[in-house]
Design a protein around this ligand. Structure first.
Ligand code: GUN
Ligand code: FE
Length: 428
């Protein structure tokens, strides 16, 4: 008997596309070797002898991708929410991130972060660490043990930050290479390094040029921040007068999406103030947008035109952006995406309709999951990342499946997760 084949039973929901759900009531979801083999209303004869786990009335949905989260900021979530980005970085973020030069502090803080991520609805994540190479490896060890599937980045910063965190340009490059070589030796299965220049204001042209070289040599993905705050965008214009826009500043160093022959998978958080040319460049280069609505509200950053991005065919996922966002619960990110889109439509630009539950669910599953490959759907061939949500406590009697999902998005949390699978492996 094929031991890597097993079957879950329940009500199955996934996104067919941006605006439509696919729903199979009380059906069988077959996992073969970590991948979805198919969905059946009644089990075909050749599968009858395999293990079936019956989750009864629970909902089976794809695991959720958090496209943007800062692990070291988990320890100060909820603080400084009366500030805007640049002041908040100086007052809260940099002092906290400095603590991660201590492996002892990092171990304690990262253990708490990883434990809570493991028990959250997130199955995949793009994670910022700090500039410290050793504690970044420690974080990666912990994430690998958790069974989650992640990209993790040692942050680069050689300007415009306090001296206690500022790297000398050459040290930043050396420390990145040391980190990458250590990670290679570890042979992690589910944890990959991702190049992480914090944002243009904190990386000199010289550093960016050298990171561009490292990207090519190691064939790395890239994560950073883009057009989040008006002052930040103005600052980048001053710092990089040679660039056409903020995105172009990354592009000119080869750190902004796919090049002609060499892939450089890139995710940029926020993209609130991207002008027409920047959006065109993101589209041409296949750059993923990590929409982080809670953070954008907390730091008074603004509201990204997500409906427009979706209609223009950009790749869009959701991010918690802890600690700009306060929670790692990605159901809340979905609800916030819907809520802020309504305010944008009402107060800012009525050309773009508010987002609905279908679009929010799509971004959190299939949209962001695409950064990891065939991830975020339960169609055959997708990696078997599955959440089993037991919403009995949310008064589900009399509700349609769609209504149940809507309520889950607004109200559910870790307590409603009955089981969680990543690549076919049961985490709990
Ligand atoms: N831009 C540069 N660094 C950060 C950060 O830590 N959080 C957010 N939200 N934006 C940033
Ligand atoms: Fe961020």
């Amino acid at each position: 008997m094929n031991e890597s084949l097993f079957i879950l039973k329940g009500t199955i929901v996934y996104s067919k596309n941006q605006s439509e759900l696919e729903i199979y009531e009380k059906s069988y979801l077959v996992c073969n070797n970590g991948v979805v083999e198919g969905i059946y209303k009644t089990l075909p004869e050749h599968l009858e002898k395999h293990l079936v786990i019956d989750y009864k009335d629970a909902i089976l949905m794809p695991g959720i991708t958090d496209l943007h989260i800062h692990a070291p900021q988990y320890a100060f979530r909820g603080f400084g929410m009366d500030m805007e980005l640049l002041d908040w970085l100086e007052a809260y973020t940099f002092p906290e991130e400095n603590k991660y030069h201590s492996l002892e502090y990092a171990k304690k803080a990262y253990e708490s972060f990883v434990k809570n991520m493991k028990h959250s609805v997130t199955t995949r994540a793009c994670v910022f660490a700090t500039v410290h190479e050793q504690s970044t490896v420690l974080l990666m060890d912990l994430l690998e043990q958790s069974g989650l599937c992640t990209y993790v980045g040692k942050v680069n910063m050689d300007r415009n930050c306090p001296d206690y965190l500022k790297e000398e340009t050459d040290n930043s490059v050396q420390s990145t290479l040391t980190w990458l070589n250590k990670v290679k030796e570890k042979e992690y299965k589910n944890t990959k390094p991702i190049l992480t220049p914090r944002f243009i204001p904190s990386c000199s042209d010289d550093l960016m040029r050298q990171l561009g070289e490292i990207q090519k040599e190691y064939n790395l993905s890239v994560q950073s921040h883009l057009s989040e705050n008006p002052e930040e965008v103005t600052w980048v214009k001053e710092l990089c007068p040679w660039s056409e826009n903020y995105g172009d500043a990354y592009y000119q160093f080869g750190l902004f999406g796919d090049k002609e022959k060499e892939p450089c998978k890139t995710v940029m958080a926020h993209c609130i103030y991207s002008d027409k040319n920047e959006v065109e460049l993101m589209k041409k280069q296949g750059v993923f947008v990590a929409h982080c609505p809670e953070s954008n509200s907390n730091l008074s950053s603004g509201i990204a035109p997500i409906r427009m991005y979706l209609e223009q065919g950009l790749q869009v996922g959701l991010g918690s952006d802890v600690a700009g966002g306060t929670t790692e619960n990605m159901f809340r990110a979905m609800a916030h995406a819907i809520q802020v889109s309504k305010l944008r439509w009402r107060l800012q630009d009525s050309r773009w309709k508010p987002l609905g539950m279908e679009e929010a669910f799509y971004m959190a599953t299939k949209g962001g999951g695409a950064f990891f490959g065939k991830v975020g759907s339960l169609e055959p061939g997708y990696e078997f990342d599955v959440l089993v949500i037991d919403d009995a406590e949310l008064n589900r009697e009399q509700l349609s499946i769609k209504q149940r999902l809507e309520r889950i998005i607004y109200l559910a949390d870790d307590r409603h997760i009955k089981a969680k699978y990543v690549k076919g492996r049961k985490l709990f």
